[in-house]
Design a protein around this ligand. Structure first.
Ligand code: TRP
Length: 345
């Protein structure tokens, strides 16, 4: 089903992905990431899902809240349907090899490669000099996350494609520089599928984002049916009815987004949705969309509340995940140390 991760790489296929610990997870996180994490459990033997708290501190310290946010994101993984017995669920900082491999990769990656990263340029704007070195280095740590497990497939959003290319460049250069052909795989992004890009409810040219000042732009995973209905009703559309076919969505970004959300949430194709709603107005479509959203999200929100109410149980799951992650990572890191030539008694 998938491209070869590297012609020389002979190891097993493995999925790795991560999300930053933030509160306020929304529908874009669910459809763009969590739903895929769940689906991949049936397609790959081994899936590793990490809460990337080392990445979170690149944007600034948050010592009082960070651990709670990590638990909250882990709870969202589980509530969405990630099974902690089948998959490995853990918090990045609990496996110290992430930082260790990132250092080795810092000495592989070139300044020029990182200077091309558009996410850093977007985040830093005109103030690159005032950003942490960690923010600049963020994609190198991401490469370490993936390659520490020799992961071959990485479900991510469209915006992470460039970081995945960097991971491949780092893997390739490590394999070359240390005369280790096929040591690291060249990891493939998994981007396709519905829900790859969920846009703001108010502006079809912007991604749905937790940092948008207006809460009306997003559906939070914890919104109740009433909040969902209000937000969907206020979502930007136009006066025309829904089109009968996909071609009719061209130039109507907001409409395309809502139809895409309906399709992704109901696990239908866009064509199916337009067969049902084409020619009808938003007065009919919006309540139907709010209904499928509410039905989908209510059990997830309830399960998140249940998990968040019992942090000790959640910690036990994360501890077990960290142990299993480390069991894969440690021998790979040992081999890196050996290839790099670090001292060993
Ligand atoms: N940079 C990713 C994002 O913002 C998060 C991330 C960190 C990640 N490490 C990763 C994703 C490793 C996939 C694999 O979405």
């Amino acid at each position: 089903m998938t491209d070869a991760p590297s012609p020389a790489y002979k190891g097993p296929e493995r999925v790795f992905s991560g999300m930053q610990p933030t509160n306020g997870l929304h529908l874009g996180n669910y459809l763009g990431a969590l739903q895929k994490f769940v689906a991949l459990q049936g397609k790959f033997q081994e899936c590793i899902y990490c809460v990337v708290d080392l990445h979170a501190i690149t944007a600034g310290p948050d010592p009082k809240e960070l651990a709670a946010k990590s638990r909250e994101v882990a709870a969202a993984y589980l509530a969405a349907g990630v099974d902690p017995k089948r998959s490995i669920v853990f918090v990045q900082s609990a496996v110290r090899e992430h930082s260790e491999l990132a250092w080795v990769f810092n000495c592989i990656a070139r300044m020029g490669w990182l200077e091309r990263m558009t996410q850093f340029k977007d985040k830093a704007g005109k103030h690159a000099e005032r950003m942490s070195v960690g923010l600049f280095d963020y994609p190198v740590l991401q490469a370490a996350d993936i390659l520490l497990y020799k992961a071959t497939h990485v479900p991510v959003g469209e915006d992470q494609k460039q970081h995945l290319e960097l991971s491949r460049d780092i893997a390739q250069k490590f394999n070359n520089d240390y005369d280790a052909p096929g040591f690291f795989p060249l990891p493939e992004p998994l981007i396709q599928g519905p829900g790859a890009r969920i846009m703001s409810l108010r502006d079809g040219s912007k991604k749905m984002s937790k940092s948008d000042p207006s809460d009306l732009t997003r559906i939070n995973l914890t919104d109740d049916a009433d909040a969902i209905l209000q937000k969907v009703k206020k979502a930007t559309t136009d006066p025309n009815p829904l089109p009968e076919s996909k071609a009719g969505l061209a130039g109507r970004a907001e409409v395309e987004n809502l139809v895409g959300i309906y399709a992704a949430v109901s696990e239908l194709s866009v064509e199916d949705v337009l067969n049902e709603f084409g020619g009808k107005g938003f007065g009919a479509f919006k309540p139907a969309l709010a209904e499928v959203l509410a039905v989908k999200l209510a059990p997830i929100a309830a399960e998140m509340r249940r998990l968040n109410a019992d942090p000790a149980a959640l910690d036990a799951i994360l501890q077990d995940g960290a142990g299993r992650a480390r069991a894969i990572a440690a021998p790979i890191m040992d081999e890196v140390r050996e290839r790099v030539g670090f001292w060993r008694a």
